[in-house]
Design a protein around this ligand. Structure first.
Ligand SMILES: Nc1ncnc2c1ncn2[C@@H]1O[C@H](COP(=O)(O)OP(=O)(O)OP(=O)(O)O)[C@@H](O)[C@H]1O
Length: 458
C-alpha cells in the first residue's frame, strides 16, 4: 500500500483541522474522497458522482496537496477523477506495470536505514568534521580502526544521520554484512519483552538478534542509563561483539564521562575506541545545509531569495532538524496562501515564529511536550488533537495528558482545550490511566521515561 493510501485518514483529518472545516463541509466534500491509485508521484482521487469535481478542485486541491506533503513528507500531484470516467481503465494499466517489477527489499531497507541519511547528503562543517572523518574511517574498515565509535552531541545535530551513513556505506560495499541499527529504546523494550516471555527461546532470540551480527549501531544510549538489567545485557552484548572484532557505534547526547549513572565498566569500554563530538553548526554550515536541502528536495522552483535563507540561518542555530523544518514550514505556508504572498522575510518570520521562540527559550511548555510526543510516536499533532480513538493515537494522546500534568502546572481544562476541546474528566481519566499503567507495565514506563528525558534532558 502506498504511503498516501496508508495515511489517507490522517491526511483528511489534518486538512479538516487546518481549514477548520465544519462537519457539513467535511462530510459533504472531503470524507467521500477515496484514493483510487498512486502512480509514480500522482495521486488519483475518486470523486463521488454527485459531487462537482470543479468545485473540489478549486476549493481543496491546493490544501490537500499541502496536507499530503505534510503528512507523508513527499510532494504529490493530484488528479481528481469521477467514478464513471473512462480514464480509470488507463490508470489501472499504467499502475500495474511498476507492480510487476516490484523490487525485493534492499539490505539497507531491511536494516531499517533512512535512505536519505548518507555521507553524500551530509554537509561537513567545523562543527562535525572530526566526527565525520571518524565515521568515514569506520565505514571503510569496520571493526579495525575505532571500536567502539562513540558519537555525541545535542539534539538534532546529525548523530543519527552519521550512523546511518556508516551503515549504508558498509552495506553498499558488502550487502551481505549483517548490520543492525537500533535505538536504545527498542533495545530496552525488546529485552523487557523477552524477559517477560516465559518461553526459553525468547531470550535466545533476543541474543541471537543482537550478537549474531557484524555491525551494531545503538542510538541515544543515554536512554539506557539507570536501567540495571538493560545495562547488564548491553554490557554482555558489547563484550561479545567487541571480542569478535565486530564494529560497535554508539550515539549519545553527552560524552561517557558525563553520563552520571553509567556503570564504570561500561564507561571504560565506551572510552576504549574513539569519542567524537558534534556541536552546533556555524552560520556558513547552516547556510550550506539549507542549500543542500533545496537541492535534495527539488525546492529550486520556489526561488527562495537569499536574504530569506540568511534570515532562517541567522535565527535557527542550535538544531538542524528545526533548521530543515523551518524551510518546510515556510513552503507549506506559501502554498497555503495559494502562492499569493511572496516568499520574503515577513512570510518567513510568520512561518518561523514558534521555532524561533523555542530556540531562544526552551522552557518545558505544553506545546513543547506536544511536539516531542508527536515526533516520538510519529503521530501528527492534528491526530493528537482529533477525536480518533485507535490505540496508535489514543495512547500517545494520554501520555501527552500525563506528561503535561506532571511536568507543568497546566490545568486539566487548558490541556483539554489544547487537545481540540476535550473536557476535563477525559483529561483526568487519561492522566490517571497512564499514572497507574506505568506502575504495572515496564515497557510503557520505559517509553514514558525516555520521552521525559527528551523533554527535559538534564
Ligand atoms: N551535517 C548535516 N548535513 C545535512 N543534514 C544534516 C546534518 N546534520 C543533521 N542533518 C539533518 O538534521 C536532521 C536531524 O538529524 P539527526 O536525526 O541525525 O540528529 P540527532 O543528532 O540524531 O538528533 P537526536 O538527538 O534527536 O537523536 C536530519 O534530517 C538530518 O538529515
Amino acid at each position: 500500500m502506498n504511503i498516501v493510501e496508508e495515511k489517507w485518514m490522517e491526511i483528511i483529518e489534518h486538512l479538516r483541522v487546518e481549514l477548520d472545516l465544519s462537519n457539513v463541509s467535511f462530510t459533504t466534500w472531503i470524507k467521500p474522497l477515496k484514493v483510487y491509485k498512486v502512480v509514480d508521484n500522482t495521486v488519483y482521487i475518486l470523486v463521488n458522482m454527485n459531487a462537482s469535481i470543479d468545485y473540489i478542485e478549486k476549493k481543496y486541491m491546493l490544501h490537500l496537496k499541502v496536507a499530503i506533503a505534510e503528512i507523508t513528507g513527499t510532494e504529490f500531484d493530484i488528479i481528481f477523477i469521477a467514478e464513471d470516467d473512462d480514464r480509470l481503465g488507463d490508470i489501472d494499466e499504467t499502475s500495474s506495470k511498476p507492480a510487476e517489477k516490484k523490487k525485493t527489499k534492499s539490505a539497507a531497507e531491511k536494516a531499517g536505514l533512512n535512505p536519505k541519511y548518507t555521507f553524500d547528503t551530509f554537509v561537513v562543517g567545523n562543527n562535525n568534521n572530526f566526527a565525520h572523518a571518524a565515521s568515514v574511517a569506520v565505514a571503510e574498515s569496520p571493526g579495525e580502526v575505532y571500536n567502539p565509535l562513540f558519537l555525541y552531541g545535542g539534539v538534532g545535530l546529525g548523530k543519527t544521520h552519521l550512523m546511518h551513513s556508516i551503515a549504508h556505506y558498509i552495506l553498499d560495499i558488502n550487502p551481505k554484512k549483517k548490520v543492525l541499527y537500533a535505538t536504545s529504546e527498542s533495545f530496552t523494550n525488546e529485552l523487557i519483552a523477552s524477559l517477560k516471555n516465559s518461553k526459553e527461546t525468547s531470550m535466545a532470540d533476543f541474543r541471537d538478534k543482537y550478537r549474531n551480527i557484524d555491525v551494531l549501531l545503538i542510538d541515544d544510549i543515554q536512554f539506557l542509563i539507570g536501567k540495571e538489567s538493560t545495562q547488564e545485557e548491553f554490557f554482555h552484548t558489547f563484550n561479545h561483539l567487541h571480542t569478535l572484532g565486530k564494529q560497535i557505534i554508539i550515539s549519545s547526547d553527552r560524552p561517557p564521562k558525563d553520563i552520571e549513572t553509567l556503570e564504570a565498566r561500561l564507561r571504560t569500554r565506551f572510552e576504549w575506541g574513539l569519542i567524537a563530538d558534534i556541536s552546533s553548526p556555524d552560520y556558513e554550515t547552516r547556510m550550506a545545509i539549507l542549500q543542500k536541502k533545496i537541492e535534495l528536495d527539488h525546492l529550486e522552483k520556489y526561488n527562495i531569495p537569499n536574504d530569506v535563507l540568511q534570515y532562517i540561518a541567522s535565527n535557527v542555530k542550535t538544531n538542524i532538524r528545526e533548521l530543515e523544518g523551518s524551510l518546510n514550514k515556510l513552503i507549506a505556508l506559501y502554498k497555503l496562501e495559494q502562492y499569493k504572498k511572496e516568499i520574503n522575510i515577513s512570510l518567513a518570520a510568520e512561518a518561523l515564529k514558534d521555532i524561533i521562540s523555542s530556540e531562544n527559550n526552551r522552557a518545558v511548555t505544553p506545546e513543547l511536550i506536544l511536539d516531542i510526543v508527536s515526533e516520538h510516536f510519529g503521530v501528527s499533532i492534528a491526530d493528537l488533537k482529533s477525536k480518533k480513538k485507535n490505540a496508535e493515537i489514543a495512547l500517545p494522546r494520554q501520555i501527552f495528558m500525563y506528561l503535561c500534568r506532571t511536568m507543568t502546572d497546566t490545568p486539566l481544562k487548558s490541556i483539554g482545550l489544547m487537545l481540540g476541546g476535550k473536557d476535563h474528566s477525559t483529561i483526568n481519566h487519561g492522566v490517571n490511566k497512564i499514572a497507574s499503567e506505568i506502575k504495572k507495565d515496564e515497557t510503557l514506563n520505559n517509553t514514558v521515561d525516555i520521552i521525559k528525558k527528551k523533554i527535559n534532558p538534564v
